[in-house]
Design a protein around this ligand. Structure first.
Ligand SMILES: [Mg+2]
Length: 225
């Protein structure tokens, strides 16, 4: 007897699930807002948080360059340093999204490895990984290559985990995540609980963290494409 064809929307389970950190695993917007508002007030920089937030997902230095901040003129040179220090001060405002910690445990139980590819520095990402308490096999940051939307950090994560692009998946929440995954040849799923909207062609869209577990188990996702 012939076996049934795969159900529509079902995919082979990935060996490695790579995650963006901010807006996917951690709800860090309150921490970022507090740090941005403290530093812009302190240095008299007239860039509202909403303008900064449009570019979340890119490396911080790349965002500062878009606003002509972070290099050259007095005050600007100290902006990145002041923000880094404020971000540490307000880090306690960042929390895992509800359901994320359980989903990570269930993904590991489904024999799928975990990794994080973020635009945060390793120094700021590591404490968040500790909060999440899951066994991450790989962490890649722009400290080790061009940041998103370039594919470099995703590709380096695959090399470190000795995994083919076809056997991995990236979960993000911003258009730069989607673009980086596409340029790296990775499947992409969009976390709708994060901070941005996907771009066309629309990817698989997940409405809640428990749907990550469906993907790890190779079940037809309840997400929408
Ligand atoms: Mg993000």
């Amino acid at each position: 007897m012939l076996s049934n064809p795969p159900l529509p929307g079902s995919e082979s389970c990935p060996e490695l699930m790579l995650f963006d950190l901010d807006g996917v695993l951690m709800d860090s917007l309150p921490a970022m807002r507090a740090a941005w508002e403290a530093v812009t007030a302190e240095l008299g920089v007239p860039v509202p948080f909403a303008a900064y937030a449009q570019h979340l997902g890119r490396p911080f230095g790349d965002i500062l360059a878009l606003f002509d901040l972070g290099k050259g003129e007095e005050g600007g040179a100290g902006f990145a340093e002041a923000y880094e220090s404020a971000a540490v001060r307000f880090a306690h405002l960042a929390r895992p999204f509800p359901g994320v910690e359980q989903a990570l445990q269930d993904i590991v139980a489904a024999d799928c490895r975990l990794g994080v590819v973020t635009s945060k520095s390793a120094a700021r990402a590591q404490p968040m990984l500790a909060v999440l308490g899951a066994p991450f096999a790989v962490l890649r940051t722009p400290d080790q290559g061009r940041g998103k939307p370039s594919p470099d950090t995703l590709l380096l994560a695959l090399v470190e985990a000795a995994t083919d692009p076809a056997d991995a998946l990236y979960v993000g929440d911003m258009p730069v995540d989607q673009e980086a995954a596409q340029r790296a040849g990775l499947r992409y799923a969009h976390a709708a609980w994060g901070y941005g909207a996907p771009t066309k062609p629309l990817p698989l869209i997940l409405q809640e963290p428990s749907q990550l577990v469906d993907l790890a188990r190779g079940l037809p996702s309840r997400g929408t494409a």
